[in-house]
Design a protein around this ligand. Structure first.
Ligand code: ATR
Length: 273
């Protein structure tokens, strides 16, 4: 019987995941389909019902995106260490009517960074204190980076820093700290506020690698500032690609065809311009 997968979120219409997963499914000739599951957040019962009816609807697994990455934890029978530590799930596997929650955002971000830089011993700044920031900060620490957190609401950054044994940094001290790696894990710079950036060129060292997790637009104001500073940049779709590839591995227990997924993602992005 054909296996059904998909993405749970709201809205999901702009998601790049169906293009990537369906291209990989087709390439490997798997009898499966990856769909959109748009769940209205107006009623919390909607997410609960979706989870309870996974088997009934013949759904083998699904991706989870905004705004459900934290709430979905409640409906998991078990979860992996990355999901437990970051408190967020972006991948669910239905095994004999038991739901297993995973988080591939952490590894996705680490793989995106490792395309441009080593992590061990590097001084890294993570801006933000939401689910994405937690996942990335935790990953960086695991890979041996020295992690500093900055957030608009500093108490939240301090909480994470305490839990994960990291440092926080005062905004004014950022230029002097000479970070090797800088990551924006906040929505600052996302459309329609695409002219906003938490840092300006004079706060970014020329040797730094700067990554933004925002995908609309890809070239955020922060990355433009980084280019002005002479720094290296990583756009948000690189993390998206790698988290999807790790997700595919969990869905099908097969090596993901990364190049096929990458090509499908860029074709989809080009089609939107
Ligand atoms: P997610 O779980 O997707 O990472 P989130 O939990 O909504 O998203 O977290 C968003 C992060 O972006 C938070 O750290 C938030 O800062 P606060 O903790 O002060 O709310 C940060 N953020 C959102 N809008 C911001 C803005 N305009 N300026 C600075 N930081 C902002």
């Amino acid at each position: 019987m054909k296996k059904i997968f998909g993405i749970v979120g709201h809205p999901v219409i702009h998601s790049l995941s169906p293009a990537m997963h369906n291209a990989a499914i087709k390439h490997l000739k798997i009898d499966a389909e990856y769909k959109l599951f748009d769940i209205d957040p107006g009623d919390p019962e909607n997410l609960a019902n979706f989870c309870y009816e996974t088997t009934l609807n013949n759904i083998s697994g699904f991706s989870v995106t905004m705004p459900y990455k934290l709430n979905i934890m409640t409906y998991m029978d078990e979860y992996d260490p990355a999901a437990r530590i970051t408190g967020s799930v972006n991948t669910v596997i239905n095994e004999d009517n038991r739901l297993f929650g995973y988080n591939t955002d952490t590894m996705g971000a680490m793989q995106a960074l490792r395309e441009k830089t080593d992590l061990i011993g590097r001084k890294a700044l993570v801006m933000g204190a939401g689910g994405a920031a937690r996942a990335i900060a935790y990953g960086l620490k695991e890979f041996g980076a020295e992690v500093f957190l900055f957030n608009r609401t500093m108490e939240k950054a301090e909480e994470i820093a305490k839990a994960y044994e990291m440092e926080t940094i005062d905004y004014r001290m950022i230029p002097d700290a000479q970070f090797d790696i800088i990551i924006n894990a906040t929505p600052v710079g996302m459309l329609p506020n695409s002219e906003e950036s938490l840092l300006h060129a004079n706060q970014i060292p020329a040797h730094a690698v700067v990554m933004d997790i925002i995908t609309n637009p890809l070239m955020t104001q922060l990355l433009k500032e980084a280019e002005k500073a002479g720094a290296h940049t990583i756009t948000g779709e690189r993390m998206l690609l790698h988290q999807a590839a790790d997700q595919f591995k969990l869905f099908f227990n097969m090596e993901p065809p990364l190049e096929v997924m990458e090509k499908a993602m860029y074709e989809e992005l080009r089609g939107r311009k």
